[in-house]
Write a protein that binds this ligand. Structure first.
Ligand code: MLT
Ligand code: MN
Ligand code: ZN
Length: 315
């Protein structure tokens, strides 16, 4: 399977339009060594033709312009998008559906609670019904049974319930429901390779260990370095865990956890603009290098062709 990172930043992107934090100021003024990033989304394919989008970001139009594989090739109106899977109902993950309106109906997969959010608090699925009947919604059941997408051979998706946070407009914001946030374990049934994708991962629950062990590659929550990063940067009042994100640093942070999975390729995605790991020559980035943890960037290509982890474990 091939993974193309369409966008690697958290909500707001990097730089964020109204932000003057040291990173956002630094990149605008050319004073830091960093790359611009659009908002969080990846595309997965086994044939370079049909792509499953994992989330639809508000930057989707720019992201598609930068990615010829997904552009029209055959008909007068055409797309490489085979389906869209949503891991939550956050604006940075779902509002790109509005940009896809000209392509309705497109197959959209989400949990029931995400469907409710996107039909009530942020009713984009209801609005889109005015475009050729709207998106064709499919429910992701939460029984961890894998599902497949019609017309997409070889790929199998397993939803993994995560402890995250529903968005502010969700009736579940302060009343968490299973399915508000999921991760996806994605298998290439022909090559036997697999990816675990979880851009919003607030709590490291034990049931996750097996996905981190079994996957050849994990693309996981890289939002914040510090628990109090937004407060420290002077741009917010909430802690990382209150937003449903696990910081990288600290004894119970992401770095310490990832150290347990020596055979798995580890990549952080959904990076907030305040995070010092955006600066290529920062001490925090050096720490990640020492830990063999990569930082996703827009346009990054990940090719999972052989079972690195499984083969090396068998030796
Ligand atoms: C989040 O994941 O917490 C979001 O990036 C917040 C947002 O989109 O504003
Ligand atoms: Mn987000
Ligand atoms: Zn900023």
């Amino acid at each position: 399977m091939k993974i193309h990172v369409l966008g690697s930043a958290a909500g707001g992107g990097f730089p964020q339009w109204n932000c003057n934090c040291s990173n956002c100021y630094g990149i605008r003024s050319g004073k830091i060594n960093a790359s611009r990033r659009t908002q969080s989304s990846i595309a997965v394919s086994v044939d370079n033709e049909k792509w499953v989008l994992l989330n639809a970001s508000p930057d989707i139009r720019t992201q598609f312009e930068q990615f010829p594989c997904i552009q029209p090739k055959k008909g007068l109106r055409d797309t490489g998008v085979a389906a869209v899977i949503l891991v939550d109902s956050q604006i940075d993950h779902s509002s790109g559906l509005l940009t896809l309106r000209e392509g309705c109906p497109i197959d959209v997969y989400s949990t029931e609670v995400v469907y409710q959010d996107l039909s009530t608090g942020f009713p984009i699925l209801s609005m889109l019904e005015h475009w050729n009947g709207g998106m064709r919604w499919h429910q992701i059941e939460l029984d961890t049974q894998p599902f497949e997408i019609e017309g997409v051979d070889r790929l199998r998706f397993t939803p993994v319930v995560l402890c995250g946070k529903a968005p502010p407009y969700s009736p579940h914001r302060h009343d968490p429901h299973p399915g508000d946030n999921i991760g996806l374990y994605i298998e290439d049934l022909e090559l036997g390779t697999s990816l675990f994708y979880a851009p919003g991962l607030g709590v490291l629950e034990q049931h996750l260990d097996k996905y981190f062990t079994d996957s050849d590659c994990v693309l996981v929550d890289g939002t914040f370095w510090r628990e109090d990063e937004m407060i420290d940067a002077g741009v917010g009042t909430v802690l990382a865990h209150e937003m449903g994100h696990l910081p990288q640093s600290g004894d119970s942070g992401m770095i310490t956890y990832l150290r347990r999975f020596q055979k798995t390729r580890k990549i952080l995605i959904h990076i907030n603009n305040t995070n010092p790991i955006l600066v290529e020559n920062s001490p925090q980035r050096d720490i990640l290098r020492d830990e063999s943890i990569e930082v996703a960037y827009d346009g990054m290509e990940i090719s999972l062709e052989t079972q690195h982890s499984h083969l090396s474990r068998a030796v």
